[in-house]
Design a protein. Structure first.
Length: 316
């Protein structure tokens, strides 16, 4: 598969790289890291990264502006995106050939070529693995590519705390930090929070609910976000905060937007992506997202999540 991807890249003069909506560091890291590798390995090619800019991730990259015409003869590569509905910028369909590179369950094998590895900690890890495969074939990894891929790995492993972190993940990370970018600066950019977000974190830790099954719940309304001068994307940065609470087995954030409510599911063991699939979503077994359209659906989500928690605890 890695050989096929390299051969396709060699065949096209224009390459446009996408990632998912509401991006995280792995989306930006894999997209930008891959673009950097291709640009410096094949300087004659035109390589672009597309999608809406996310203010909280501008320390990683700024997206390119690309005309519709450029897509017509382009190779399109979509990174870190499980299903086509979540691809940021629907013009990916206009590409001449589409490649999917992802580490989520491959339940929507869109595109002409799929490279999916659910054992990988992140798509950024996969991109670095692809570089290692092609290193003797002319692929070049710059310091900027190393910075982006390292950020993606750190982000999707929760700073190497999640179960998806493997010995290979640590080995790749150790090789990436041999490049001369500042890890201190990058970590600060990734994890320092503005004062208003820290205050919301304090509010969440005071107000979250936890039931006898170890199921946690947080509801953030539009009015609460407005009072803290925050956007939904910024609030989502706090979803992992309940992981430090003793006794919580799984938890969910309900974050209100204009016409929908984002559902962020996290777990220390129970399978939550099956719950997400019932509500227009999906993701990893222990970290998933979904969407509901009224507060009346909250109880239904909680009941399904509680069932998943009870099934997990019963199995012991």
């Amino acid at each position: 598969m890695r050989e096929k991807i390299l051969e396709k890249i060699k065949q096209f003069d224009t390459i446009i790289i996408h990632r998912h909506v509401r991006p995280d560091p792995d989306a930006y890291g894999s997209q930008g890291g891959l673009a950097e590798i291709i640009k410096h390995s094949f300087p004659e090619k035109n390589v672009y990264i597309v999608g809406e800019n996310e203010e909280t991730l501008e320390y990683l990259n700024i997206m390119d502006e690309v005309s519709d015409e450029l897509f017509l003869d382009a190779l399109v590569i979509v990174c870190d995106t499980a299903n086509r509905e979540r691809i940021c910028d629907n013009r990916y369909q206009m590409g001449k050939y589409v490649i999917k590179i992802d580490h989520h369950p491959n339940e929507d094998p869109y595109g002409d070529l799929n490279w999916v590895d659910t054992s990988a900690s992140s798509t950024s890890e996969m991109i670095y693995e692809w570089f290692l495969f092609g290193k003797q074939r002319g692929l070049v990894l710059t310091t900027e590519a190393a910075r982006l891929l390292y950020a993606g790995i750190v982000g999707d492993t929760g700073r190497f705390l999640y179960a998806s972190t493997t010995t290979k993940t640590f080995r790749y990370a150790s090789e990436l930090i041999e490049y001369p970018f500042s890890r201190t600066k990058l970590h600060d950019e990734m994890y320092e929070m503005p004062e208003n977000l820290v205050k919301l974190e304090g509010f969440i830790l005071q107000q979250f609910e936890k039931d006898a099954d170890g199921l946690g719940k947080v509801i953030i309304s539009k009015e609460q976000m407005a009072s803290y001068r925050l956007r939904p994307a910024e609030v989502s940065l706090l979803v992992s905060v309940l992981g430090k609470v003793k006794g919580i087995v799984a938890w969910v954030f309900f974050i209100e937007e204009d016409e929908q409510i984002r559902v962020r599911l996290r777990s220390k063991g129970p399978i939550v992506n099956e719950v997400a699939k019932k509500y227009n979503g999906g993701g990893h077994p222990l970290a998933a997202g979904a969407t509901i359209y009224s507060w009346e659906e909250v109880d239904s989500v909680m009941n399904d999540l509680r069932e998943a928690v009870q099934k997990y605890t019963t199995r012991g």
